[in-house]
Design a protein around this ligand. Sequence first.
Ligand code: OFO
Length: 174
Amino acid sequence: MNKTLVKEMNDQINRELFSAYLYLAMSAYFESESLDGFAHWMKIQASEEFSHAMKFYNFIGERGEAVELQAIDKPDSKFSSVQDIFEKTLTHEKFITKSINDLYVMAQKDNDNASIIFLDWFVTEQVEEEKNPSDILGKLKYIGKEGNGILMMDKELSARALPTFLPSGEIAGE
Ligand code: OFO
């Protein structure tokens, strides 16, 4: 594989693990605010990010390249509101989408079809990764800071199904 692409994929492991850290920090904030449904939703989001990192980890190894783990930055832990968190989530996911697109272009330039096919999954996934916080922000606009609405949404988000992630990064049963 192209060495720059391997390096960038290793960096992507770090970005995905940072995403998991960031969403765990957000989950902890929600717990401190007694919003257990939002906290549950963010914990699942964090697990998903770990599974994204594992997909890169496994792919790099399967291609006979070296995985190089790096230190994970400390995430922000100060948030001002539910809205603030989902705005930061959307901004972060847009950043991740850009990094996936950059990897895609690199793989295309190198005619690395195996990497292109691997990255296809992430290109599709990022559509959902941006849609989720964007949909929640859309609903929050109607609710504002109104307590009842936030509590109703908290109940709604508590129903997010808990997937079982396999070490491959895949979800059991899919
Ligand atoms: Fe891994 O997609 Fe979100 O960050």
